[in-house]
Each structure stands twice: as structure tokens, then as C-alpha cells.
Design a protein around this ligand. Structure first.
Ligand code: AMP
Length: 220
């Protein structure tokens, strides 16, 4: 079966979920399901910050101490950074669908994000990859596995996946903040929630089905 996506370049996806909940994996799988015509453009704040860190830019140097400990980079750094990013994205007139991964992580970021997307004419859908807090141990295991697999494959290993204290901080922050952020998108009528503990392809199929219900993605 083919899928004809009626997602347009004015759509955006904002993917919410604790670290290790599968935001990157969903991007890969959803990209395949939606097809080449509608490429997703990853906008991952963790990746953007890691790149700044590598290049030793002032922003990267400022962000590093928070990232190493698994703490949030402050909003007065993140909000202008992303505002600038969306501004440029919109100006370029990219045909791809932005896939926000790792942003927003605070309620203030979420408010700014929605304002910004609205101002630039995007129709946003938020996908909540839900993992109940009592299952967060699974996420800690996934992060440890990711570090081991990256190491074995000779890929750069994320230091915050290897450091148990950083893993604990990241999960605690997710537990404390996700509820408010999810509530924000729910109030806006933009939210899709799926259980993120199952098989990744099944999760992708569910997200796709819900996108179809919410904004219309046709199967042909
Ligand atoms: P990630 O790759 O999304 O797990 O992000 C790695 C690290 O980057 C996080 O632990 C934070 O230190 C920082 N970070 C990424 N996104 C944000 C954000 N939206 N707000 C604050 N800090 C962030």
C-alpha cells in the first residue's frame, strides 16, 4: 500500500517524550511511511547544542556544563536560539516538514514555540511518546544500551548516556516537566498520545493512524 501524505510544508511535528522514549527512531520510521515526497527535517536541540559544543562556539561552551550533568540549558539561551532557528527555516521556504525533537522542554519554551510556529503559519501537531513514570527504568536501560552499541560500532558515544548521574537527572527532569508541556498542546487541540513501550514499527503505525484522524494523511 502507498501512502499519499497531505501533510504540507506548512505542517510541523513536535515530538515529546522522556530521553530514550524513541523520538529519533520514530523520525526514521515515520519518514519511511510518509514517503520521500514529504521528507522530515530533524530539528533536534540536543544535536544542535552538541554541534555548538564540538565547534566550541560561545553557545556551545555555555551549554556544555548543563549537558554534561544532564541538566536543562537555561531558557534564556534556548528560547532565542530556537526562535532564530525557526525564523531562518521559514525564510528559506523549505519544502520539508520540521520534526522538532527535544524542544520544548519547559512550559515557557512551549509557549514560545507555539507563538513562533503560529506566526510563521505552521500547523503544528505534537506527538507524545508516553512512558509511565513507573517504567522509567526501561529508559535508563535503553540509554545504557545506546552507549554500548555506539561504542561497539565506533560511533561517538554520548557522555550523558554513559554517566548514570546524568541519566538520572535527565529522567527526573522529564518526570517533572513533561506533564505541563503535554497539557499545553492538549489544550491547543494539537496532541496525539501513544504508548511508547511497544514495538517501534507498531508505534509508528499508531502515530500515522492518529495523524490521519487529526489532520488527514491519506492511504492510497
Ligand atoms: P537530547 O539530545 O535531546 O537528549 O539533549 C541533550 C542535552 O541537551 C539535554 O540533556 C540538555 O542538557 C540539552 N537540551 C536539549 N534540548 C534542550 C531544551 N529544549 N532545553 C534545555 N536543554 C536542552
Amino acid at each position: 500500500m502507498n501512502h499519499r501524505s497531505i501533510l504540507s510544508s506548512r505542517d510541523s511535528l513536535t515530538v515529546l517524550g522522556a530521553p530514550g522514549s524513541g523520538k529519533g527512531t520514530l523520525k526514521k520510521n515515520l519518514g519511511i511511511v510518509l514517503g520521500k515526497m514529504r521528507d522530515l527535517l530533524a530539528v533536534g536541540t540536543g544535536d544542535i547544542l552538541r554541534e555548538h559544543r564540538e565547534r566550541r562556539t560561545p553557545l556551545g561552551i555555555e551549554a556544555q556544563r548543563y549537558m554534561d550533568d544532564g541538566m536543562l540549558v537555561p531558557d534564556d539561551v534556548m528560547i532565542p536560539m530556537m526562535s532564530d532557528h525557526v525564523e531562518k527555516l521559514s525564510r528559506k521556504g523549505s519544502k520539508n516538514i520540521p520534526y522538532f525533537d527535544g524542544f520544548p522542554r519547559t512550559l515557557d519554551q512551549a509557549l514560545m514555540h507555539s507563538d513562533m510556529l503560529e506566526r510563521h503559519g505552521y500547523r503544528n501537531t505534537a506527538v507524545n511518546l508516553d512512558v509511565p513514570a513507573e517504567h522509567f527504568a526501561v529508559l535508563a536501560e535503553r540509554m545504557a544500551r545506546r552507549a554500548m552499541e555506539d561504542e561497539a560500532a565506533g560511533r561517538p558515544v554520548r557522555s550523558d548516556d554513559k554517566n548514570p548521574e546524568a541519566v538520572e537527572n535527565r529522567l527526573r527532569i522529564a518526570k517533572d516537566t513533561l506533564g505541563d508541556i503535554v497539557g499545553h498542546f492538549e489544550r491547543r487541540g494539537e496532541l496525539i498520545t501513544v504508548n511508547a513501550l511497544g514495538d517501534p514499527r507498531e508505534i509508528c503505525a499508531q502515530v500515522h493512524g492518529r495523524l490521519m484522524d487529526l489532520i488527514g494523511v491519506e492511504l492510497v
